[in-house]
Write a protein that binds this ligand. Structure first.
Ligand code: ZN
Length: 169
């Protein structure tokens, strides 16, 4: 397996990611206080739209995600639950897999929306999947109250799984 994906993922860019952490305007789970840029708002709107298509008959917890690729293409994903719970997929991974299937591997940003008291953040599995393609990918977390928290994949997943974690020490 090629390790060049690490160059893309940038998970080794600890300094970059640390600065991103410091730049994060809100702490996950503590609410958001960021006014989104027009570009971020466009992604948020797309995530809110696709959230309505979520298939969540068991949890009734609808989530939408909109992923913008390097060339500006937007892929939308919603959570799709299954009677066999483990077969459920999150909105974020749904969007990533659609993008990859269409030939994209470089992402600028992903917006995620769910109905929580604070901006929803991607689960650990989705963070790992997003990290595969870039620690610098911006993560725009929001809720139906339009609270927004902006972070990066790398900041949300420090010490991500890596085949060779010592390589970058
Ligand atoms: Zn997830």
């Amino acid at each position: 397996m090629s390790m060049t994906r690490r160059d893309l993922a940038g998970l080794a860019g600890a300094a970059v990611l640390a600065s991103a952490t410091e730049a994060t305007a809100a702490t996950p789970g503590k609410g958001g206080n960021v006014t989104p840029t027009p570009a971020q708002q466009k992604l948020i709107d797309a995530a809110r739209e696709v959230r309505q298509r979520a298939y969540a008959p068991y949890s009734h917890f609808l989530v939408g995600a909109a992923l913008e690729t390097e060339d500006g293409t937007v892929f939308k994903g919603c959570n799709v639950e299954n009677l066999s719970y483990g077969a459920t997929i999150c909105a974020e991974r749904n969007a990533v897999f659609q993008a990859v299937a269409a030939g994209h591997k470089k992402f600028k940003a992903i917006a995620v929306v769910g109905d929580l008291p604070a901006p929803i953040t991607p689960c650990g599995m989705c963070r790992q999947v997003l990290g595969e393609f870039g620690g610098q990918t911006e993560v725009i977390c929001t809720n139906l109250k339009k609270e927004v928290m902006v972070s990066t994949v790398g900041a949300l997943l420090p010490a991500a799984f890596d085949f060779d974690p010592g390589k970058y020490k």
